[in-house]
Design a protein around this ligand. Structure first.
Ligand code: F6R
Length: 362
């Protein structure tokens, strides 16, 4: 089953272009870019009729939800909340019949996510599940299901499931948008080949992982969509390499965390969004002034690269792609960094200590 790969995690990272192809198949018309998720049983008018959207999920799926919030809010112009399922269920959630609850889960068996869904339904909110495993409890309990079609994910650390969740959310947002879905659809069709190009960063990331693997503390920073990616990047390296990593909204650094920056500390900055470039560049300068070494993950072309690369100790250039896809691509070198750091530290990559693939207890 592993083929040429030493671990399932590597296999699943390298399978991502194919997983995304499957996730797009039959949902985006190749010529026109027309998006159609009619298979869910929903329709765009119903999807747009909700006053609010409430995303619930755990762990990596919650990080996909953070990306989804940006996309859905932009597409619908309606408020979108995103909450960790275990907080949602006990937090007296403000959902009702006018709210669409969107539950995201790879396994469809996560106890907290299922409990959140039951609570939402008790309050009259219908549920759309974005789920990978067909026939799972979540898929059975939801009103509508959008399958991520990532295929079986064996490694405990989620990679291709996360990526296809993000793709599903891009599709959902495009379908919900009154206009512009075709343009998004056409961009998404480029994603598999752009992911293949991104995987070409592997040797550079492996080299970087050797440098970083000795650190006991790492910081990841980003703004907007890149902050969501930073959270996912930090979780990935924590869970499989046991390095303490934290993610911050880049603008929050000066509100406390900057105190932890000292000479030799590594900071990974995600900077894919051109509108936020100057601001993130400012944060990179702040941490470098305190002696940190900075890895920047940014655009492969300018504007972007010309400004960021000279400020970085290491620069990971993403392949050229439409800007909305760059945060999707940026997660790939972060998965690879976690993978190679874990290997360099002698960790059990596919079966990290204390963790289970599916968390069926609260
Ligand atoms: C991290 C990871 C976990 C899961 C979380 C939710 O790599 O795998 O954080 O994402 O336990 O699991 P699902 O998606 O099955 O609900």
């Amino acid at each position: 089953e592993l083929g040429p790969y030493p671990h399932f995690m590597a296999k699943e990272i390298f399978e991502q272009p194919q997983a995304v192809r499957q996730a797009l198949a039959g949902r985006v018309e190749p010529g026109s870019g027309r998006v159609d998720l009619g298979e869910t049983g929903l329709d765009p008018a119903t999807l747009r009729s909700f006053q609010r959207y409430a995303i619930v999920a755990c762990g990596t799926a919650w990080h996909a939800g953070l990306v989804g919030r940006h996309l859905l809010q932009r597409a619908t112009g309606r408020p979108v909340s995103v909450e960790v399922a275990s907080e949602f269920r006990y937090g007296d959630p403000m959902v009702d019949a006018g709210t669409l609850t969107v539950a995201i889960s790879q396994s469809g068996e996560t106890a907290d996510t299922l409990a959140a869904v039951r609570e939402a339904r008790r309050r009259g909110s219908p549920v759309l599940a974005i789920v990978n495993v067909e026939g799972s409890s979540l898929s059975r309990e939801a009103d509508w299901v959008l399958y991520t079609r990532a295929g079986p994910e064996v490694a405990v650390a989620s990679t291709k499931a996360y990526l296809t969740q993000v793709v599903a959310l891009h599709l959902l947002a495009a379908w919900a948008a009154p206009t512009g879905a075709e343009a998004t659809g056409l961009q998404l069709l480029q994603l598999p080949s752009r992911l293949e190009a991104t995987l070409g960063l592997d040797p550079a990331v492996q080299e970087l992982a050797r440098e970083l693997a000795g650190s006991e503390h790492l910081f990841y920073v980003g703004r907007g969509l890149d902050y969501a990616v930073a959270l996912e990047a930090a979780l990935k390296i924590k869970e499989i390499s046991y390095v303490h990593a934290e993610a911050y909204a880049a603008g929050e650094l000066k509100h406390g965390t900057l105190a932890l920056i000292e000479p030799g500390r590594w900071v990974v900055a995600l900077a894919t969004q051109r509108a936020l470039l100057a601001k993130t560049a400012g944060n990179v300068a702040e941490v470098r002034a305190r002696g940190a070494q900075v890895v920047v993950v940014g655009p492969g072309a300018s504007p972007g690269r010309a400004e960021l690369e000279p400020m970085a100790d290491r620069y990971l250039p993403l392949p050229e792609a439409p800007e909305p896809l760059l945060p999707v691509l940026a997660v790939v070198p972060m998965q690879l960094l976690a993978y190679h750091a874990a290997r360099a530290r002698g960790c059990d990559v596919d079966r990290p200590r204390n963790l289970a693939k599916s968390v069926t207890v609260e």
